[in-house]
Design a protein around this ligand. Structure first.
Ligand code: ZN
Length: 321
């Protein structure tokens, strides 16, 4: 289930007078979209995009519903139609009013919306395996918001690689500018490209990650659940895929828009500096933990020293030009 579907499990539209509210496609009754609940009747409708106000009529004996079907239904479809009319007859008389349509948020008693209630709803659905919402892996508090947002887009396949641009109608000759040996798509760019693999292999040795070995970036992100008892390493590991994909994307853009390219070893050191800066700037480590963390970092990657972090903006995060 997508986040959008989960959203409509938690909200509905109060139709008011019914104008601008789609009879078949909008969720104007809690937890139900009529097109999904009554598919055979919806398919027989002459006006798939009809507003509620096109279907409802106010008569002396009450509210009437003209479904405007193009054919006479039989069998199961007819029973479905009768069920829908029965359902409509049960709607509260004051549901259709002369006022404007309103969005009603089911999780709050006053019908208002809050981001926290939306987050709780999505997280609860994720916990029960109802939706695909890998928030715990992606939204890391010590990682800059723009990088978290980038990984979120990457997880949902929305990063504008050549493949995605072609899906949007762009006509272009696709070529990965990191290796110049394959077409550019998300799985190639961030995982199977030799340039990216060279970097990842060294990072993997540094933090002793033994997996994951999927060929699919979305599966890698979802499965990113590596445990360690060492605090500095846990933070490093949590942010490493953020830094890795972020710097790969920046290098790809540098080559695409500025015709500037750097060796993979340079990108590797940039990734190490980026993670170091994030962790230090977040202030989440006390002095002793910082000393331990820097000691371990310098041991694992001698070219990354504290002065590098300071020169790139320590203690606050500052992106290099
Ligand atoms: Zn490549």
């Amino acid at each position: 289930m997508k986040e959008e579907d989960s959203f409509w499990k938690s909200a509905h539209i109060s139709p008011g007078g019914g104008a601008w509210v789609s009879f078949w496609n909008d969720c104007w009754w809690p937890g139900m979209i009529l097109k999904d609940a009554y598919p055979r009747v919806a398919a027989a409708s002459m006006f798939q995009e009809a507003w509620v106000s096109n279907i409802v009529s106010f008569e002396s004996e009450g509210v009437g519903w003209d479904l405007q079907l193009s054919i006479s239904l039989r069998g199961g479809a007819e029973r479905e139609r009768l069920s829908l009319l029965h359902y409509l007859s049960l709607l509260p008389l004051d549901l259709i009013t002369t006022g404007p349509a309103k969005l009603i948020w089911n999780s709050c008693s006053n019908g208002g919306f809050s981001v926290k209630s939306m987050y709780d709803t999505l997280n609860n659905a994720r916990f029960h395996g109802i939706i695909d919402f890998p928030c715990k892996v992606i939204w890391q508090p010590f990682v800059p918001m723009k990088v978290n947002a980038f990984l979120w887009l990457l997880r949902h396949g929305r990063v504008l690689t050549h493949e995605n641009l072609k899906r949007r109608g762009w006509s272009l000759a696709s070529m990965c500018l990191l290796c110049k040996a394959a077409e550019e798509n998300i799985n190639h760019l961030f995982w199977s490209c030799p340039f990216s693999c060279s970097i990842w292999n060294v990072l993997q040795q540094m933090v002793e990650i033994t997996g994951p070995l999927h060929a699919d970036v979305a599966a890698i992100i979802d499965g990113w659940n590596i445990h360690t008892q060492v605090d500095w390493k846990r933070r490093f590991v949590r942010g490493i895929f953020h830094a890795f994909t972020w710097e790969i994307w920046r290098e790809r853009n540098s080559r695409t828009f500025h015709d500037k390219s750097r060796h993979w070893r340079v990108i590797f050191h940039k990734i190490c500096r980026t993670i170091l800066t994030w962790v230090l700037a977040s202030g989440v480590l006390n002095d002793d933990q910082q000393v331990e963390w820097l000691s371990q970092m310098n041991h694992l990657c001698p070219l990354v020293a504290l002065r590098d972090a300071r020169s790139s903006g320590f203690p606050g995060f500052q992106e290099e030009g």
